[in-house]
Design a protein around this ligand. Structure first.
Ligand code: SDX
Length: 426
């Protein structure tokens, strides 16, 4: 039976339909609100607003459920690969063996970047932030690959080009930052193994591919691959709604992910824990600062706009961290500190009352440190992982002939009409 909500305004009653999602979540369709009532809505941060109708990713914020195209994240992290999950998100189904093979071949064929792009790297200062380099280089890809995106095969070629080249560009930025020779992708290596080799191989020290580390990196990127309408994905959709090309839309998403409250949190967690350890501080100090309303400090890696329970990805991320450290017979004092901090926070009334649990950024830095990724590249690792989700979300809009230009309204509280005063009279 159709559901409606009634709005009574100035003695007039309006009815607006309720849209019901495939998992039962409900939303009021207010697409006719302004036209019928002259009213708009105000929702800072869009915490109460669904920006679109999507079939890609489902989150249950109370039960801590996350599914890509209906498949639980736990199964994908355990059994799938990042390339296969990327195919699933972008194409809406798991690939057959033939489809996966041809997708992997396309990724391999696209893994080199135009040699002239190296000149850009040479001109960036060595200390340039990797996220700034990545966003710039993704925009620059459009200059080197100007094909139109109006036909299906061009879209698929652009998609695999981005998925493959963003990984290569990330590794190149690391090599240039250290003044080291760029390592080229190899045909005999998988997507993740190629990235690790491009990052850590050098002419004087071969990088030994460890299949367990490769498996962990696959799971790490599977966990990052999509997360419905988060800040950076909403940015990609916003830019794409103007029919901007995919490179420009993705570059905007990278810029949005660069923010400390969003994609920059994985780096901020490690800096927070490292700072505490170096100062010989106590976990209780961080907890007290996080609770102090007069202190702008936030416990990085804690809290989430959507999850009001444990982020399902955080549990898996911690397991990956434990597995890698065990495999390497290594320990990480920051992991011990993180576990202690989590235990104290989860038993503290402030965190309980505010539904503040670890999100997946809380443990992702431990995984990246164990793999050997430098801290300033943590958010780049997030961007590589989120790329399939951004592409899938952009494509979902692009394939919809009714995709509307995103243009929110506002409530104006500035001055009423005033007269211009010539400078001589001011
Ligand atoms: C990601 O959206 C996604 O899906 C994102 C993401 C993805 O996969 O794309 O999951 C990735 O961005 C994860 C989040 C990473 N960020 C952090 O770890 C940064 C620390 N977390 C917070 O800044 C915060 O929790 C947010 C930004 C993540 C969410 O905050 P909201 O939903 O905007 O909530 P809010 O800022 O209005 O806070 C509500 C209350 C406030 O207290 P009151 O004023 O109501 O008393 O909770 C408090 C806040 O002070 N609070 C925190 C806190 N987070 C919220 N207090 C201390 N430490 C924190 N981390």
């Amino acid at each position: 039976m159709d559901e409606y909500v009634k709005l009574i305004y100035k003695e007039k009653t309006y009815e607006f339909p309720v849209i019901i999602g495939s998992e039962g979540e409900k939303a009021i369709d207010i697409s006719q609100l302004l036209k019928e009532t002259g009213l708009t809505t105000v929702d800072p941060g869009f915490a109460n607003t669904s920006s679109c109708i999507s079939a890609i990713t489902y989150i249950d914020d109370e039960k801590g459920i996350l599914r890509y195209r209906g498949i639980p994240i736990e199964q994908l992290a355990e059994q799938s690969s990042f390339v296969e999950t990327a195919y699933l998100l972008i194409n809406g189904k798991l690939p057959t063996q033939n489809e996966l093979t041809s997708f992997s071949v396309m990724l391999n064929d696209q893994s080199l970047v135009h040699e002239d792009m190296q000149f850009f790297f040479q001109k960036f200062p060595r200390s340039s932030p990797p996220m700034g380099i990545l966003s710039s280089m993704v925009t620059a890809l459009r200059s080197f690959y100007p094909e139109l995106q109006t036909i299906e095969e061009e879209i698929n070629r652009t998609v695999t080009r981005l998925l493959s080249k963003v990984r290569t560009l990330a590794a190149m930025s690391y090599k240039f930052s250290r003044g080291h020779k760029v390592v080229y992708p190899r045909q005999d290596l998988s997507y993740c193994a190629n990235f690790l080799n491009m990052m850590f191989h050098s002419p004087v020290r071969s990088y030994k591919i460890d299949e367990d580390i490769v498996k962990s990196l696959n799971a790490f990127w599977v966990l990052h691959a999509d997360h419905e309408q988060n800040c950076s994905t909403s940015t990609v959709r916003m830019v794409g709604s103007g029919r901007a090309n995919l490179y420009a839309s993705i570059s905007a998403g990278i810029a949005a992910l660069w923010s400390p409250l969003h994609g920059g949190a994985n780096q901020a967690v490690i800096e927070m824990l490292s700072g505490l350890r170096e100062q010989g501080g106590k976990v209780s100090q961080l907890i007290e600062r996080a609770k102090d309303k007069n202190d702008p400090f936030r416990l990085m890696g804690f809290g989430h706009r959507v999850y009001k329970t444990y982020d399902p990805r955080a549990k898996i991320m911690k397991k990956i961290g434990d597995q890698i450290l065990k495999k390497l017979s290594a320990t990480d004092p920051l992991l011990d500190l993180a576990v202690e901090l989590e235990t104290v926070a989860l038993n503290d009334d402030y965190f309980i009352d505010h539904n503040l649990y670890p999100n997946f950024d809380f443990y992702s830095g431990i995984v990246l440190r164990a793999i050997g990724i430098p801290t300033n590249m943590f958010t780049v690792m997030f961007a590589i992982g989120r790329l399939p989700g951004w592409i899938a979300q952009w494509k979902e809009g692009f394939d919809n002939p009714k995709w509307k230009l995103s243009r929110p309204r506002q409530v104006y509280i500035g001055p009423s009409e005033t007269r211009y005063i010539p400078i001589a009279d001011r």
